[in-house]
Write a protein that binds this ligand. Structure first.
Ligand SMILES: *Cc1c(COP(=O)(O)O)cnc(C)c1O
Length: 329
């Protein structure tokens, strides 16, 4: 069976969302190029509208809805960034939007979703519980569910950042991509390997609750306990009845790397000190993998810096070299 998202789907998505998202810069990192011994580029999605790449998938999914769906409204469950992006895209399209969040979602993200005009439901202690609440509300209220990763329009939208990047830096041989539910890496890999069949795709997750890595090891989607992590945007399961991303990750991702909290913190510090960028844990995890000496790179390498929505107080603590152990990390 062919994979659910192909290069031409990502090319179509790029046309669909043109004008709805920013073309973010791909910058060469002097310090990381020196450390790696190959040219290293950073695709800065922390500069994207709403502070993460999630606006790409959300805008593509909303734009792909039929006109008559617009009166019904959309709903999702989110670790924060997808909810914010969907709220923004729905508002732009004039649609009502509801977002279900677990109590693990940081306050800065909760406030941003509210500010974008969505109706909020805080439900349960995990992304899976928030998901169950979203499905219940969708049934009761006739809302359209736009999931955070396991949907072809979401996957195709996320992949558009690779096409943009290859316009700026055509000779990339390896891409390094943060990995949670796998919507980002699935779309990125479909685009990248569609253009470059010999390209390498490396996924990076936190060690604490890496559901996709555990599922790849098991050969099928499995549940892992969700734990607090400074890469909060990477929390949550992949759904036991995953229908797109598990298959795509298994087919297209060459290697998955897992990192400890202290390693992720070092990535956040590095990009702030070297490049002046404010980046959240999930967004810094590719840089962290390189700094930890865990990336096997050959040829020009692009690291996707996926988002910048970090709580200011937490960011300050991390820059000072403190890991917030008291908060259970
Ligand atoms: C959602 C998110 C990810 C992971 O994306 P998946 O499609 O779930 O793998 C990575 N980084 C940031 C900042 C995110 O918001």
């Amino acid at each position: 069976m062919p994979l659910p998202v192909q290069l031409d789907d990502v090319e179509k998505a790029r046309c669909t969302i043109a004008g709805l998202v920013i073309k973010t810069p791909a910058v060469r990192s002097g310090s990381l190029s020196l450390a790696a011994g190959v040219p290293v580029f950073l695709k800065l999605e922390n500069r994207q509208t709403t502070g993460s790449f999630k606006l790409r998938g959300a805008s593509n999914a909303i734009s792909s809805l039929a006109r008559e769906a617009h009166a019904r409204g959309v709903i999702t469950a989110s670790t924060g960034n997808h909810g914010r992006a969907l709220a923004h895209a729905a508002h732009h399209a004039g649609m009502p939007c509801t977002v279900c969040l677990s109590d693990l979602v940081p306050a800065n993200k909760v406030h941003a979703i509210q500010a974008a005009g969505a109706v909020l439901h805080i439900a349960g202690h995990s992304q899976d519980e928030a998901q169950a609440e979203a499905e219940r509300l969708a049934r009761d209220q006739g809302l359209i569910v736009i999931p955070p990763f396991d949907h072809p329009d979401i996957i195709a939208g996320q992949g558009t950042l690779v096409l943009e990047m290859l316009d700026d830096v055509p000779d990339i041989e390896t891409i390094v991509v943060p990995l949670s539910g796998g919507g980002l890496v699935s779309g990125a890999a479909a685009a990248f390997k569609g253009r470059k069949p010999n390209g390498r795709v490396i996924g990076v997750s936190m060690r604490r609750g890496a559901a996709m890595a555990a599922s790849l090891d098991a050969g099928k989607p499995v549940e892992v306990r969700e734990l607090p992590t400074i890469a909060d945007s990477l929390g949550g399961g992949i759904n036991l009845n995953n229908s797109n991303t598990f298959r795509m990750v298994r087919a297209l991702v060459d290697e998955v790397i897992l990192l400890d909290e202290a390693e992720i913190a070092a990535g956040i510090r590095h990009i702030h000190e070297a490049d002046g960028e404010t980046v959240e844990g999930a967004g810094a995890i590719g840089i962290a993998a390189l700094l930890a000496g865990k990336l096997n790179v050959s040829g020009s390498t692009a690291i996707v810096v996926s988002g910048g929505n970090i709580d200011t107080a937490l960011h300050r603590q991390i820059l000072l070299g403190n890991l917030p152990l008291q908060a259970g990390y």
